[in-house]
Write a protein that binds this ligand. Structure first.
Ligand code: NOJ
Length: 548
């Protein structure tokens, strides 16, 4: 047994500013989060991923950092943060933070200095061009909100490169001082006690940008260098990267050509994410079967992080136009539900018509597939979105704790909140909140607690491989298995509305005493597994055998 904690983790992603406000100023804070750690421990979370915590002008929800060595004063101070790490540690919860070093805010003192004079020590920390690069209208990440990737700076009298918004100038990774500074930032937070980093925009961090070349080379070796550095500082620290790249590129992010896992430990599985969404839209298992078949072989120690929702839009850009339209039609038919022409800015519960069976099915599926599951705050109670808010803010509304004013998120006046709480209707805090659900054994929250506990008892799931089991089933039904040295689990998920009966007797010779460890309802005994019933939108997690 290896002791790679991240292979067995359940990661919970949250924004401090919308989670819990302890001082009544309308903005969530670290003290508020500390007060909710018990809730997270009970849910079964073992690792928090905090969206950016640093001081920031906050024009991109904190992904525009103006000081890497501090916490945003709206959230508290470094003392509060150290206390959070301590209290979380007491409950067995690790904390990873966003490492946003592809760019800084244009308000960062480094950029302010860099633009002010050619002699600035920070001038070469950023990427400049004397003339307008021909490719400046290419490679935009936020079409509709961004017109170009190079902007003219009147003070510097130069063009600067920004892969994202123009207030996010890119750092130049070719500069050794920038590389050293990134390591120093990692070292600082590791020293405080974080367990690792969710690395933002990794394919862009390593870009050696050449003006006029939309396909500038990438320095993959920086990832090897950073991994080595981080590991020396803290042996079990983890890098979890956002790298939404072509499938054939993925393996280079895990390790170099030698085949060892010497770069990023974990990558978000964007490919599987879109396949799951397409599968849910079509009510067909095929996209997931394709996804499992196409999964690149990872080097030992490389791990996927699976997710259904994160803090951004659901990015469907890797689907064909036809597939994307299918998903739009089913889950985001109004233009206002779509974003950047490629994504959906909704939460999962409303996308699934608030149908409890389909919500359970979707999350049972995600958590049963290989990889470490990542859960976005509020999904465990089935929160909805607020489409009146701009862009991705629709799914960044305050956590709904109770039926108290502001959903128990804050004691401030409703007008002073960082963002309005979803209220009224099917998804309003009056109906959807933690307090109502925590004492109800049949609530979605209680189901999540049960499901995560079950997952903890099945170590073969996250760390092992997921293999499609090819038995004759209707196209709506997915059968897959997970094996490792500790045992075998088999999963039946029915993505369609019609009940089905599946013959799994070919697996029976391996079984000791097959039994359901999690299911949407009580089913009759499995017997020899030759008639395994599964309800419409139902699922069964079956333990076949345990060897350790
Ligand atoms: C990816 C993050 O997930 C997104 O929220 C952010 O806007 C960009 N990177 C820029 O940092």
């Amino acid at each position: 047994m290896t002791d790679r904690w991240y292979e067995k983790a359940v990661i919970y992603c949250l924004d401090i500013d919308t989670f819990a406000d302890s001082d009544g100023d309308g903005c969530g804070d670290i003290r508020g989060l500390i007060g909710r750690l018990d809730y997270l421990a009970r849910l079964g979370v073992t690792c928090l991923w905090l969206n950016p915590i640093h001081p920031s002008p906050n024009r991109d929800d904190g992904y525009d950092v103006s000081d890497f060595y501090n916490v945003d004063p709206r959230f508290g101070n470094l003392g509060d943060f150290a206390e959070l790490l301590h209290q979380a540690g007491n409950l067995g919860i690790k904390v990873i933070i966003d490492l946003v070093v592809n760019h800084t805010s244009d308000q960062h003192p480094w950029f302010q200095s860099a633009r002010s004079s050619p002699d600035s020590p920070y001038r070469n920390w950023y990427v400049w061009s004397e003339t307008a690069p021909d490719d400046r209208r290419q490679g935009m990440v936020f079409p509709g909100e961004q017109d170009e990737t190079w902007t003219y700076d009147r003070t510097a009298k130069l063009w600067y490169y920004h892969r994202f918004y123009k207030f996010q100038p890119d750092l130049d990774i070719r500069n050794p001082e920038v590389r050293e500074e990134i390591k120093k930032i990692c070292a600082f937070w590791l020293q405080l006690g974080v367990a690792g980093f969710r690395m933002d925009a990794v394919p862009f961090i390593i870009e050696e940008t050449e003006p006029g070349n939309p396909n500038s080379p990438k320095d993959m070796d920086f990832l090897t260098e950073l991994r080595q550095y981080v590991q020396w500082r803290k042996g079990d620290a983890v890098l979890l990267a956002e790298a939404n790249v072509e499938p054939d590129q993925l393996k280079h992010f895990f390790g170099d050509a030698g085949g060892s896992a010497n770069r990023i430990h974990m990558l978000f599985d964007f490919m599987l994410n879109t396949r799951m969404i397409l599968a849910l839209a079509r009510e067909s298992a095929e996209p997931i079967i394709d996804g499992l078949r196409d999964t690149p072989q990872l080097p030992e120690g490389g791990q996927w992080a699976t997710f259904l929702r994160n803090h951004d839009e659901i990015d469907l850009s890797r689907l064909t136009a036809e597939q994307r339209n299918e998903v739009f039609e089913r889950f985001g038919p109004d233009e206002n539900m779509q974003l950047y022409g490629r994504g959906i800015r909704r939460r999962l519960a409303p996308m699934l018509g608030n149908d409890r069976r389909r919500i359970e099915l979707a999350y049972a599926l995600q958590f049963s597939l290989r990889g470490t599951p990542v859960l976005r705050y509020g999904e465990e109670i089935g929160m909805g979105e607020d489409l009146a808010l701009e862009g991705r803010n629709s799914i960044r509304t305050p956590m709904q704790w109770s039926g108290l004013p502001n959903g128990g998120f804050s004691k401030a006046g409703a007008g002073d909140l960082v963002r309005p709480v979803v209220s009224g209707g099917e998804f309003g805090f009056e109906k959807v909140n933690v307090t109502l659900q925590r004492h109800d054994p049949n609530s979605l929250l209680s189901w999540f607690e049960r499901m995560i506990r079950t997952l903890r008892e099945a170590p073969e799931v996250g760390a092992g491989s997921s293999k499609h089991v090819d038995v004759p089933v209707p196209t709506n039904v997915l059968v897959h298995r997970a094996d490792d040295g500790t045992g075998t689990m088999v999963f039946v998920h029915n993505l369609g509305p019609q009940a089905a009966t599946v013959d799994l007797s070919t697996l029976y010779p391996e079984a000791e005493m097959p039994n359901d460890v999690l299911a949407d309802q009580e089913y009759s005994d499995l017997g020899k597994c030759d008639k395994v019933d599964v309800a419409g939108y139902g699922y069964r997690w079956i333990r076949l055998k345990r060897t350790a």
